[in-house]
Design a protein around this ligand. Structure first.
Ligand SMILES: [Zn+2]
Length: 276
């Protein structure tokens, strides 16, 4: 554990599109940073109002999803949550300069050392996620010498397939003739996560903080219909949800960034080199 990272001077801002992205993408690292005294802030540029609701016909609505996000942020130790009113599902069509300016304003206000957002693949090619990747990259680049370090979060290929397979095993053991849950937070194709992600430059094994990530994910109740994550127990979390992948952006500050101290040594990720 990077104890030298503790203390007040460091701050981190996570920029995502919808409630639940924060927990799914990087909940372990956010919780770990917060536990070490890093000031962690979160910007969600929509309320995720079109996410699935209690049944297949009714979307969750903005209030439910905001409440769930604030609960999850509490679990992760996030100090400040900002939720903007851009329309869920419409981010590629929001005027690019406006979205970039909105993100830059939050970066300026929270003054982070490190910003984390989606990579080019948007975790699973979600158009809103890709728009946030592009606008956050532009917002950081425009800050020039005042820019924080920028990291893109991706998912290890196969990670969500392992969760779905685990859910199938649990279901088979409990109720052999029941259909196991096959989706991940409303995403039907578990193989889409991380499928074509660029190689990480920073691999973090979050260990015990993976259970915190799972607990934060569970706060997003409205997204748990037919969700394989519902059958993950806390003791399974380090194995199924413990590994997080990040890649340093070419824009933003390039000097020493505190989250590099969370890196797994190159030779010890599951017995394989951490980096290619
Ligand atoms: Zn999302």
């Amino acid at each position: 554990m990077p104890e030298e990272t503790g203390g007040g001077p460091h701050s981190l801002l996570a920029v995502f599109a919808h409630p639940d992205d924060e927990s799914l993408a990087c909940g372990g690292l956010l919780a770990w940073c917060a536990a070490l005294g890093v000031r962690v802030s979160l910007l969600s540029v929509t309320h995720g109002e079109h996410g699935q609701g209690a049944d297949s016909r009714t979307p969750a609505g903005p209030d439910v999803r905001e409440t769930e996000l604030r609960d999850a942020a509490g679990v992760l130790g996030i100090a400040e949550v900002t939720i903007l009113d851009h329309a869920d599902g419409m981010l590629p069509w929001v005027e690019a300069g406006q979205l970039e300016a909105d993100i830059r304003a939050v970066i300026r206000r929270t003054a982070p050392d490190v910003v984390i957002t989606f990579g080019e693949d948007g975790l699973y090619w979600h158009p809103d996620h890709i728009a946030v990747h592009e606008r956050t990259t532009a917002a950081v680049a425009a800050l020039h010498e005042d820019a924080p370090a920028l990291y893109y979060v991706t998912m290890p290929a196969g990670a969500m397939r392992a969760v779905v397979n685990h859910a199938a095993d649990v279901t088979a053991g409990r109720t052999p003739h029941a259909a196991p849950p096959r989706s991940i937070l409303g995403v039907a194709d578990a193989d889409a996560f991380g499928a074509l992600a660029a190689a990480p430059t920073l691999v973090v094994e979050t260990g015990a903080f993976a259970a915190r990530r799972l607990r934060a994910l569970t706060c997003h109740h409205s997204q748990f219909r037919d969700c394989a994550l519902a059958l993950v127990e806390e003791h399974d979390a380090p194995r199924l949800l413990g590994t997080e992948h990040y890649r340093r952006a070419v824009v933003g500050a390039q000097g020493d960034a505190f989250i590099e101290r969370f890196a797994v040594p190159r030779t010890t990720v599951g017995g394989h080199p951490a980096q290619p």
